[in-house]
Design a protein around this ligand. Structure first.
Ligand code: DGY
Length: 322
């Protein structure tokens, strides 16, 4: 197997780093320190494979700076919106990602946000910690019941379907919108109803959960107009990408009480948060935790290594995006 030179931008789980170090000439980042741009450009120029995570942009200028040696960008993550795919294509550089292994954990976080938002768990916990709990009260901190309510899933790929399975266990009804309708068997197994008209689905929903990738087509899919379609009692959950939502319009809707609440794991400009979000009690905020378990992050890393091994052995890349 060819001993490729691999540049890894972030610290990765131990087992993944051990495998990378054993198989390749790997430059790891044990301190998880940001690499300054000029040093990064110089380092990329000398490597065959670049391993960014979803938090590191790989823009056209970096790809241009890489020069002819770079053959693969093996993204640590399933979303590839951090990478300029057109520039990679133009430079004949392959791009791979890590699909499949983060489905269940990400769906767990979506479900957690559904529960936290609907039952107002974040604000209740904060109040308790501040010593504001006066004891049980018949009308205190009432949330919304989920049983029998409609969950509208936007993007019914692996994660959307995993969320549907979990929500069924809560007794929720499932509507979904997707580029194409699922086959009848999958629909029946999930008891999910296809809604070709996204606007109509949003207008009916009790909870909306986003599971589409960030692409030019999905940019601000939930724009001001569509946010305006949501019912006053509705909750919005986003574990996909901040770019899917017009964040200022969402904040305005939350501030005005035009929707009941939101649960967010992703933001328009991570890791910066709009301070108005921090001031709102009807939104639950998590720091992009969807895939954050030891098991899943290790499995993601192993997929990264599998793709590099395939390149080194001259085989088809198992998770090729470009
Ligand atoms: C991904 O892989 O795209 C996720 O957002 C990481 O949690």
């Amino acid at each position: 197997m060819e001993r490729l030179k691999v540049l890894v931008r972030r610290r990765l789980p131990e087992a993944v780093e051990a495998r990378l170090a054993a198989s390749f000439d790997a430059t790891l980042n044990p301190d998880d320190a940001p690499i300054p741009r000029p040093a990064l450009e110089a380092a990329v120029r000398g490597c065959d494979v670049l391993v960014p995570s979803v938090a590191e942009p790989v823009d056209a200028a970096l790809i241009a700076a890489a020069g002819p040696r770079l053959r693969l960008i093996a993204n640590f993550g399933v979303g590839v919106d951090n990478i300029d795919l057109d520039a990679a294509r133009a430079g004949r550089i392959a791009v791979t990602n890590t699909p499949g292994v983060l489905t269940e954990d990400t769906a767990d976080i979506a479900l957690a946000l559904v529960l936290m938002a609907a039952r107002r768990l974040g604000s209740a916990e904060r109040a308790l910690r501040r010593g504001e709990w006066r004891g049980w009260g018949p009308t205190d901190r009432l949330g919304a019941s989920l049983t029998g309510k409609t969950l509208a899933i936007v993007g019914m790929g692996r994660i959307g379907q995993a969320v549907a399975r979990r929500a069924r266990a809560l007794g929720m009804r499932i509507d979904y919108h997707n580029r194409r309708q699922l086959d009848a068997e999958t629909e029946a197994a999930l008891a999910a109803r296809y809604r070709p008209d996204l606007d109509a689905m949003l207008a009916d929903a009790d909870v909306v959960s986003l599971h589409a990738p960030a692409t030019p087509e999905t940019h601000r899919l939930l724009d001001r107009r569509r946010i305006g379609l949501l019912r006053r009692e509705a909750f919005l959950v986003n574990t996909a990408r901040g770019a899917l939502v017009d964040e200022p319009a969402l904040i305005a809707a939350l501030e005005a009480g035009a929707i009941a609440g939101a649960g967010l794991d992703v933001y328009a400009d991570e890791p910066r948060l709009d301070p108005r979000l921090l001031a709102l009690e009807n939104v639950v905020l998590l720091p992009h935790l969807g895939s954050a378990t030891v098991e899943t992050r290790t499995a993601m890393g192993m997929k990264v290594v599998d793709n590099i091994v395939a390149l080194a052995k001259g085989r088809d890349l198992p998770d090729r995006v470009v």
